[in-house]
Design a binder for this molecule. Structure first.
Ligand code: NAP
Length: 488
């Protein structure tokens, strides 16, 4: 059930309640965060949904500064307004829980636990302690230090009946989105002001993730890597699932190389069915897979995982996605192709360019990596700073230069760009990286990172759902999403 928390001044709270009545299942009046409790009866009167009263003390993340006795007295006094639920912190006295129950027998109690520093390893033990107090719902909100904590919380909640479990912090966001899938009983959200970090605004939950459609049969897909915050994958995939009537949701969360092992052990217990893989994992994740598609194996980089035959199988859709986008402008057969970078994306693009008949030169900041990759693929390679050629037909930037907001300079100076060349930049963060800006000024044909992204994402969807569909149908839609997100 979607709980919309209300706080602030009377007039603002009233506005929030009116909106919450249309968008949520329950309204939580945060008694410690409302400016003035003298209007509480009126505010409650505006609520058309069941109401939770929460008077959170400072040590549990709220703003009620009185002592335990004062908190108990205030709660008992306010319960005379007959809310449907009351949130009582797990460390309130057992005698207080009993007093509330006997005085208000119809009232449902939410027994809550908060940890603002970590997600404890022993969530089951904490729950057993909480269960010494009788309640309808047991709520555990803990701080996620990494996405692994959130996955652990999701697994924990999935195995319970009467629990609402969620993580705070940026890495906790997925526990909120995925809560209906693990049957977490309450998901806290807000209209215009968060009451805890990691909460997602109610309209975002619905418009992007189609939260009200999610259920225990929903399959989970996700982007993993580090960083993932700039990716538009969640906008794109969820929109396509909606159009194709697929009961799936796509989220993104950060994952580093040292977390991969634990990640695989946790996802076994959750209905994940596919992953998009980004830097720095593309070349490393393969060693944790039982099956790798021969093409991805040859490329040596995996950007897609699909759950097939009870195993995770690795694929590469970057290679064909990028080359399809570039070849929409210029076939590479017999052309001089210069690739900047020697990471996962470079590997895929170089491989596919060679497959399609291009004459490839790989240039990288770390020269040995360029040489090593070139040797493996059977092409030329060298240092980025020792530009050895005087012409090219296609230039592909696959370094992460251009990803940062501060708009770093192109690795290639304008005088080295030729007007008849095609210039592609894999970077997605800005519509026009400095490289593409210079290339356009020089009269080159430019291909944006999102054009590759669109095609590789569509290929992922085809793999995951075993359907093929007309790519063109979605290219325009993805372009619009991209422009909306980045052209601000
Ligand atoms: P990666 O494996 O980490 O490789 C990063 C590459 O960038 C390496 O060659 C690295 O050189 C180089 N690099 C980083 N900082 C540099 C700097 N300051 N100067 C020069 N070179 C620098 O990453 P990846 O997975 O290949 O991804 C690379 C980029 O492609 C990212 O921006 C990613 O978002 C983008 N990408 C886009 C799409 C899409 O669909 N549009 C798909 C995949 C990737 P060293 O070897 O010297 O460290």
């Amino acid at each position: 059930m979607l709980v919309i928390t209300i706080q602030g001044s009377f007039s603002n709270a009233k506005k929030q309640i009116q909106e919450a009545n249309k968008k949520g299942d329950i309204i939580e009046l945060r008694l410690d965060l409302l400016d003035d409790l003298k209007h509480l009866a009126k505010l409650k009167g505006f609520c058309l949904l069941p109401v939770i009263f929460t008077l959170r003390k400072c040590s549990q993340g709220g703003q009620f500064s009185g002592n335990a006795r004062e908190q108990e007295e205030k709660i008992l006094e306010l319960l005379a307004l007959n809310p449907d639920y009351v949130d009582l912190e797990y460390d309130c006295d057992l005698s207080f829980f009993k007093a509330v129950q006997s005085k208000f027998p119809k009232l449902k109690i939410i027994c809550s636990f908060h940890d603002f520093e970590k997600t404890p390893q022993d969530l089951n033990r904490i729950l057993s302690e909480m269960k010494k107090k009788e309640a309808t719902i047991y709520k555990l909100a803990t701080y996620a230090r990494s996405s692994l904590d959130s996955l652990r919380m999701l697994v924990f909640v999935k195995n319970q009946q009467d629990v609402a479990g969620m993580c705070m912090g940026e890495d906790g966001v997925i526990t909120r989105i995925l809560s209906p899938i693990v049957k977490s009983l309450l998901t806290y959200t807000y209209i215009d002001q968060k009451s805890a970090s990691g909460q997602i605004q109610v309209d975002v939950l619905e418009k992007i993730y189609h939260f009200s459609q999610l259920n225990q049969q929903t399959e989970i897909y996700a982007l993993i890597g580090d960083p993932v915050d700039k990716s538009i994958g969640h906008f794109v995939h969820n929109r396509i699932y909606e159009k194709l009537n697929i009961n799936g949701v796509y989220v993104k969360f950060s994952l580093t190389i040292d977390q991969i092992r634990e990640f695989f052990s946790l996802i076994k217990k959750l209905p994940f069915k596919g992953f998009s893989v980004t830097m720095p994992l593309k070349e490393k994740i393969g060693m944790h897979l039982e099956v790798i598609d021969p093409l991805a194996k040859k490329i040596g980089a995996v950007n897609t995982l699909a759950w097939e035959g009870r195993k995770w199988k690795g694929f590469n859709t970057d290679a064909a996605g990028a080359l399809d986008a570039i070849e929409a402008q210029q076939k590479v057969r017999g052309k001089k192709v210069v690739i900047l970078g020697a990471g996962g994306a470079a590997r895929a693009l170089a491989f596919e360019s060679i497959e399609r008949g291009g004459i490839v030169l790989i240039l990288n900041r770390t020269e040995e990596k360029a040489k090593k990759l070139a040797h493996q693929l059977g092409c030329a390679g060298g240092s980025l700073y020792n530009w050895p050629i005087d012409s090219f037909d296609v230039l592909m930037n696959t370094t992460s230069v251009g990803m940062k907001e501060q708009f770093p300079k192109s690795l290639i100076p304008e005088e080295m760009l030729f007007s008849d060349a095609v210039v592609f930049d894999a970077v997605m963060s800005l519509k026009e990286t400095d490289l593409l800006h210079l290339a356009k000024r020089k009269g080159c044909t430019v291909v944006y990172g999102y054009e590759m992204f669109s095609r590789q994402a569509i290929k992922q969807i085809e793999l995951w759902f075993k359907r093929s569909f007309k790519c063109e149908k979605f290219l325009e839609m993805i372009e619009q999403i991209y422009h909306r997100e980045y052209l601000v």
